[in-house]
Design a protein around this ligand. Structure first.
Ligand code: HAM
Length: 456
């Protein structure tokens, strides 16, 4: 038995480890040594990302920003931390976001603060707190939001939204205008073709109060077939039953009463207007009677842009009207409003396959300045500054020997290497090497920028 352990199990493993140790890279050996000492690498927080290539991210922000400014929206910024009470009051205590997903920061001074899970409540708070008088106040903002959700494709704990709001406009045509603008962004500026716009109308406060009773009666009639979660939702936040993913519940809700059949005269008219305007503006949509959205502040129009390419988390933009939020946050009078938020990461997932066809900004050609020895570093730094002052993109290489620096220049895609050795320094010259053809030309340092710009 012992014999078998040493000769069959143990020795081959030791041999394998020894041969691995001798052939493995220095980094790999370091990692094993670190781990053996209990010094583990610190990893990013679950559900967050390092963004090492911002090309798509910036492209989205830039396209949206230009379009929103053309529609006379003003960019604003609000804090990432807010009083927890802001979201409890506005999104609703019973919503998933408030009841399960908030990052509340423990504090010793009695004030409970949290990382913002969305930006609408913050924008409304800013509107009230800063005493904004001119309405409609058309603003947008973008930045990180935080929700403690179970991470999966397209669902993260730190993610980015572009959030836009029209505060102080009761015109229902504003809803159609906002939706049409977003549709233009997605179809024309971001070139998506496989997506759908789903809309619904939640009516006014009285419509919903009446509808909740009708829905309650229907749910009572099928109560034995509901999942346990829906039984709880029925008591706490009845409209949210429509968000249930359980197939039997979904089947039951296709036969449930729909709110648009229970609207007052004014809301019926407005619901019709939204649809007519979208048609007039050539925006394709489908009506989804079960669309209620996950936040409590909505009334009247609600909508989502969805894409099958995203999998389970298919909404890449969502929004709607919120006519009472200003008073809920502490404003003196109701300011009917409408807005939407775009999930930047979900747009990035959709843009990735289209990347090659997008007019992404081209990086400017890179020039590198190479001092052959430390004695030439000062003149190299001065030349680098001069190239940048002339509007070029330049990097001065300061680490390693000549061979290493040339290899580095190749790797980072330099167009020209501007080499300064003893002789060049003495002659106030520089040898410019074309990194593609290998051709070398010696010019005066004062002529270097012109040479590099003209390519000769
Ligand atoms: P929301 O539907 O909660 O609405 O979020 C808007 C969008 O943000 C979603 O459609 C999705 O693309 C993205 N998103 C949400 N949660 C995550 C997550 N965990 N990971 C990645 N992306 C996510 C709002 O936030 C409202 N404030 C929209 C609004 C503005 N309504 C009126 N004005």
């Amino acid at each position: 038995m012992i014999y078998q352990f040493f000769y069959i199990d143990f020795f081959p493993k030791v041999n394998y480890l020894l041969s691995w140790w001798h052939t493995a890279s220095l980094e790999a050996r370091f990692l094993v040594w670190y781990k053996s000492k209990g010094i583990l690498m610190i990893q990013r927080v679950k559900g967050t990302h390092d963004y090492l290539d911002l090309t798509l991210f910036n492209f989205i922000i830039e396209r949206a920003t230009v379009l929103f400014k053309q529609h006379h929206f003003t960019p604003i910024m609000t804090p990432i931390v807010e009083p927890t009470e802001l979201f409890v009051r506005s999104l609703g205590q019973q919503t998933d976001v408030v009841s399960k997903e908030m990052y509340v920061i423990p504090s010793t001074d009695g004030e409970s603060i949290c990382l913002r899970p969305e930006a609408t409540a913050s924008t409304v708070r800013a509107f009230v707190e800063n005493g904004i008088q001119h309405v409609p106040w058309k603003v947008f903002t973008w930045g990180p939001m935080f929700r403690h959700e179970k991470p999966q494709k397209g669902r993260y704990r730190q993610f980015h939204q572009i959030s836009l709001e029209v505060i102080g406009s009761s015109a229902i045509a504003q809803d159609a205008q906002l939706i049409a603008m977003l549709d233009y962004l997605f179809s024309q500026l971001l070139t998506f073709d496989a997506y759908a716009l789903q809309i619904n109308f939640l009516g006014c406060h009285d419509d919903r109060a009446r509808f909740k009773e009708t829905l309650g009666s229907y749910l009572d009639s099928v109560i034995d077939k509901l999942c346990d979660n829906c039984k709880v939702r029925k008591e706490k936040n009845i409209m949210r039953v429509f968000d249930c993913k359980v197939p039997t519940c979904q089947g039951l809700y296709t036969k449930a009463p729909v709110i648009t059949d229970h609207l007052c005269v004014t809301c019926t008219e407005e619901w019709k207007t939204v649809q007519e305007l979208l048609e007039a503006l050539s925006v394709a949509y489908t009506i989804r009677p079960q669309l209620v959205r996950g936040l409590d502040y909505y009334n009247k129009t609600v909508f989502e842009f969805v894409s099958g390419a995203l999998g389970a988390q298919n909404a890449f933009c969502g929004g709607g009207r919120y006519d009472q939020l200003v008073t809920m946050v502490g404003g003196k009078e109701d300011r009917p409003s409408v807005g939407a938020a775009i999930g930047v990461e979900r747009l990035m997932l959709m843009l990735e396959p289209l990347k090659d066809k997008l007019p992404l900004p081209q990086l400017p050609a890179l020039q590198v300045v190479i001092p052959v020895a430390p004695a030439q570093q000062t003149v190299a730094l001065l030349l680098g500054q001069e190239l940048i002052n002339q509007g070029l993109c330049a990097e001065v290489l300061l680490d390693g020997g000549m061979k290493q620096m040339m290899r580095h220049a190749n790797r980072i895609g330099a167009k020209y290497a501007l080499i300064i050795g003893d002789t060049e320094q003495a002659e106030r010259a520089v040898t410019i090497k074309n990194m593609v053809t290998g051709q070398e030309t010696k010019v005066q340092q004062t002529e270097a920028a012109k040479f590099v710009k003209n390519g000769s």
